[in-house]
Each structure stands twice: as structure tokens, then as C-alpha cells.
Write a protein that binds this ligand. Sequence first.
Ligand code: PEP
Ligand code: MN
Length: 338
Amino acid sequence: MIIVMKGGIPKEHVHNVIRTIEELGYQSHVIWGTQRTVIGAVGDERGKARLHSLEVMPGVESVVPILQPFKLASREFKSVSSVVRVGNAEFGGGRLAIIAGPCSVESEDMVMQLALLAKEAGASVLRGGAFKPRTSPYAFQGMGMEGLRLLAAARDATGLAVVTEVLKPEDVDAIAEYADMLQVGARNMQNFALLKRVGEVGKPVLLKRGMASTIQEFLMAAEYILSEGNYNVVLCERGIRTFETATRFTLDLNAVPVLKKHTHLPVIVDPSHGTGHWEYVSPMAKAGIACGADGLMIEVHMRPEIAVSDGIQSLKPEVFRQLMQELAPFAQAAGRSL
Ligand code: PEP
Ligand code: MN
């Protein structure tokens, strides 16, 4: 339910409504507006009719249901697009946010060189996995805590914000000490314990779409994080499984306008995992911007031929630099800047 307050009322009326919502056993989520304030009341769907009675309280203009199952993520609740700030980067504003870096953190030199490259080319966030979700238990599992320290050193040297993946709820606190943004990967999109934990911690979250998840399931996963009071969620379309085998996944760019229609959360595109091959990354990066994405996540490696993970889809430095230059007119055509 959304409780829409009248304009120009004392704050006390808002607080009284919040108190009553909570007494009825619902959570309240407030959007303080300059014109008017709205309060989302979420919780057990069965008894929500009781919330209708709040219409008689002083200052309340109307009580309307949120029809979508993802309540707080919906544009019904918040019609204005959200901007998520991570360091100096802004997701969802007029400027595109570009995340770049290696699939895995592999060594000190490598992370530092890639961070300098990302910065110089115009990216605002450095990526790199320290804890890796691998299909095979025999594959490189990541450098762990040491990888986090290397990412933090690269941030100190460049001023770039850092995003890295978290695999388990019990690792969230430790990773949040080093990272500016926590990535929940495709394989964990429905790890509900993890979603709740990153919601509680309150750091910005990069939530990647599960490779076999519908758009609605994706938004319900985001709702888990929002319902814990963390509204700093950025959604990432990273490709889904289809019958097609010519590419690693099928980058579902339909998801971008669909998500933008239904949610106020920023949406970015990952053409690296979405295609699985470096030659397809630049065209699909441009397509992602053209269809309205708020940013991109691109895997880059100094020497993809020796990368410990995802070398085939990683851009070489010169290809990444060229892509960044070529993106500008696409950004402009989409009403954004780079
Ligand atoms: C990654 O970003 O390195 C990654 C593992 O992505 P995904 O979860 O989308 O597969
Ligand atoms: Mn990868």
C-alpha cells in the first residue's frame, strides 16, 4: 500500500502514520518529497486491507495499493528514477557509469595497471573478483582477502570506487570493509540469505540477473535488498540461457526498457558475460547504451591470453580505450554523457 500524504502538512502527521503502520505489523518506507511525502507500507499481503483505514488519519490524502509484487522497487511506489552514488560514480544520473577491470584479481601489478587504464579511459568504478563463483571446484577460486587488499590499494592510487563479488552472507562484513559496492552474482541472485545480509549492511549493491531468471524474479530479488532498508541497488543485465550456442549467453537487451518501465532502480549492462567473446563486447556495449542502460560493466585484461578466468571475453587495453571513445556519440544519442 502507498499512503500519499497531503502537501504542506506538519511532519508530525507523517510520523503518526508511520507509527500506526508499524503498530499494524507492517514495515514503513518513506519518500520525503518537496511537494508531498509518500509512505510505503509493506508486509503480509493477507491483512493489508486494514491499511485502507489510514485514510481517515490527519494529513492523509489517499491510500492506494501497489499492484506489482515488487513493491519498493516499483515505479508505482517511486515514479522518479533513483540515482545510486558509489564513490565518485553515479548510476542513474545524466552521466553513464562505466565499471571496468579484470574478471579475477590476479596480482598486485595487474590490478594496479588495469585500475590506471580504467581511470585514464574514463571509467569510474574498478571491478575485480577476489572471491569467485566457479562452475568447477578445480578452477581458480580467487585470491580472497589478499585480493581485496589489492583492490583497495588500487582505489587509493586512482580514486576509482571498487566493486567486488560476495558469495556468502558470512563474508559480507569483511568484504564491505574494503569494497565500495557489493556484487551479488548471477549464480546467487536468489540466495535469499545473502540478499537480506547485503540489505542490512547498507552498502550499494550491484545485483546481476540470474541466467535463468525472469525479469520479475530479478525485481523480486532486488525487493529483498530494498525491504531491508537498503535502497542503493543497481541492476545488471548479464545475459540469459537460451538454445543459442554461438555466444556464451544471450544478452537480453529487452530487459533494459522493460526494467526501466517498471522500476526506478538504475540498470546497467554487462556485454562481457552476455556474449562471452571479446569481439562481440563493443557492439553490444553500444547497443546497451542505445537502449537506455545507465552504465556498463566491462571485463578488461592486460593480457587476456594468460587470464586465469574469462580471458576470451576480456578486452585488451587498446580495444577498451577505443570502445570508450566510440561510446560518446551513443551516449549523446541516448541523452546521456560519458
Ligand atoms: C563476474 O562478474 O565476474 C561474474 C561472475 O558474473 P556473473 O555472476 O554475471 O556470471
Ligand atoms: Mn567474469
